[in-house]
Structure formats: structure tokens, C-alpha cells
Write a protein that binds this ligand. Structure first.
Ligand SMILES: Nc1ncnc2c1ncn2[C@@H]1O[C@H](COP(=O)(O)OP(=O)(O)OP(=O)(O)O)[C@@H](O)[C@H]1O
Ligand SMILES: [Mg+2]
Length: 261
């Protein structure tokens, strides 16, 4: 569904060139959930912006469903760390915004928006304004807004990282449920290894800048998955450990040989 072939991206700045990504080959199958982890500045957001059509690669090719990505597409939804809701619109009309922009909201769209909001625990908040909600609730609204158009591709850039630990676990659980129901092809950038293991079919580990695909690991734990005690605790722990080692190996610097007097 999503195909990156030999994708590199260099930014030209006044202080010289910054090579953000180098020779990325990556395929995400239809309906798959791919998590991307890597150190700060390794090019994760750049990768998402390339898939979203917000940036062009310096080299290589990005395609969705066989078509090169030249601009943002209707069937691709984005979600970022901040909810970016319109403050003067109600929760419900914020969720409906993408449909309004694209030419009209039908009665069944309203029903669907309500059902989505209810499914993330926001029944009874449809008419509230964003400032009346907590950060976690606002981010749930943003998640509903991303999903209202039934996107075939969902791109998420650290969507839960501004939230407290318990709230992010709740939202991750709700995202898992919605993904199981709707199956958008998903690329999910996170700094949380746990979150990656909870949600993803595969986890791509990027190396430090310039970002390259260092390793892709498959998470073959049955769903629904959960944090805390469960039948797959040992599998979760071993995937988390493997990814932790990979990330740490990432910043291994050559050390000076110890000097012995
Ligand atoms: N528009 C830009 N102009 C110049 N340099 C940029 C631009 N966008 C990104 N970069 C540089 O490219 C590199 C990768 O940035 P990117 O934001 O993709 O990293 P990231 O992995 O998302 O980091 P973080 O985990 O901190 O969000 C960084 O060194 C960044 O400074
Ligand atoms: Mg980023």
C-alpha cells in the first residue's frame, strides 16, 4: 500500500546541508500497522511528511497504492502530537470538519461521528468546546477527526507523547480497537517502545541521522493486546528488550581504549 524505494531527503540550510534520511526502502502492506522508532532527529517526522505528500524526496520514490505521491491525498489522514482543534467549534463539528471541507456532511456522517466519539469515551461531550476538555480528551477528538473520512492511510506523529502515562495507555488501547475495526494502513511514530509493541504488526528502527532502516522486527502477539498482566507478558517483554537493545546500539560511540598507567 505504501512503498518507499531508495528514498533520501536532504535539507539545504544556511549552515549547510542536513541529510535527514538516506536510502530508505520500506513497504507497508494494506491494513498493516507499522511503528517507527529512532532517536530524536533521525528523520521520523520527515519520513511521515514524505508519505503525506507535504515534502518531496531528494532521491527515490514514494508511492501509495501504486501512485507516486506528489501532493496531500484525500484518503490519507494525519495526526500530530498536538490536537489542533478549532477553538470555536464544538467537539462534534471539529470531528466533522474534514467532511465539511470535502463537500458536505450527511445525516449518516453525524451519526458516525457520534459513534466514533462514544467509542473513545466522549459520549456526553459532543457539544462541548475544546477548551472545556482535558488534553487527553482533545487528542481523542483529534483521533476521531482523523478517522471520520475512513482514510486508507493513517499517519501519526507521536500522537500521545504530550499525555500522561495512564492517558496514553488508554488512547493506545482505543486506537488499537479502532484500527482493528477500520484497518487503515498505519504508520505510527513514537518514542515509546511499549506503545510500539502494543500496537504494531512490525516495528521499524531507524538509525541516527541520516536515518536509515536499521532493522524491522515483527510483533506476532495476538490482538487485542494489553499492558499489564496478560497471557503474552513474556513475548511483550522480549520484544521490548530487543528494541531497547537496538536503540541503544544505535548510539554506541567508539570509545577510547582505556589507558592503563
Ligand atoms: N525543514 C527543515 N529544514 C532544515 N532541516 C530540517 C527540516 N526538517 C527537518 N530538518 C532536520 O532533519 C533532521 C530530521 O528531522 P525530523 O524532524 O524528521 O526528526 P525526528 O526523528 O522526527 O525527531 P524527533 O524525534 O525529535 O521528533 C533533523 O536534523 C532536523 O533538524
Ligand atoms: Mg519528529
Amino acid at each position: 500500500m505504501i512503498e518507499l524505494t531508495g528514498v533520501s531527503r536532504t535539507f539545504r540550510t544556511r549552515r549547510g546541508d542536513v541529510e535527514a534520511l538516506r536510502a530508505i526502502d520500506l513497504t507497508v502492506a494494506a491494513g498493516e500497522f507499522l511503528a517507527v522508532i529512532g532517536r530524536s532527529g533521525c528523520g521520523k517526522s520527515t519520513l511521515l511528511r514524505l508519505v503525506a505528500g507535504l515534502l518531496r524526496p531528494s532521491e527515490g520514490r514514494v508511492a501509495i497504492a501504486g501512485t507516486p505521491v506528489a501532493r496531500p491525498r484525500r484518503d490519507v489522514a494525519l495526526m500530530f502530537q498536538r490536537p489542533a482543534l478549532l477553538p470555536w467549534r464544538s467537539v462534534l463539528t471539529n470531528v466533522l470538519l474534514p467532511l465539511e471541507i470535502r463537500g458536505g456532511v450527511r445525516a449518516e456522517d453525524r451519526d458516525r461521528a457520534r459513534a466514533l466519539l462514544d467509542s473513545v469515551g466522549l459520549a456526553g461531550f459532543h457539544r462541548r468546546l475544546p477548551h472545556e476538555l482535558s488534553g487527553g480528551m482533545q487528542q481523542r477528538v483529534a483521533m476521531c477527526r482523523a478517522l471520520i473520512q475512513r482514510p486508507s492511510v493513517l499517519l501519526m506523529d507521536e500522537p500521545f507523547s504530550a499525555l500522561d502515562a495512564l492517558t496514553r495507555e488508554e488512547l493506545a488501547g482505543q486506537l488499537q480497537q479502532l484500527h482493528l475495526e477500520m484497518r487503515p494502513t498505519t504508520v505510527f511514530v513514537t518514542h515509546s517502545i511499549q506503545e510500539a509493541v502494543l500496537l504494531a504488526d512490525r516495528v521499524a528502527v531507524l538509525s541516527s541521522r541520516p536515518g536509515r532502516v536499521q532493522r524491522i522486527i515483527t510483533v506476532d502477539i495476538p490482538r487485542p493486546r494489553s499492558f499489564g498482566h496478560n497471557a503474552h507478558l513474556a513475548d511483550v517483554a522480549s520484544h521490548v528488550a530487543e528494541l531497547t537493545d537496538l536503540l541503544h546500539a544505535n548510539d554506541a560511540q567508539p570509545l577510547d581504549a582505556p589507558r592503563i598507567a
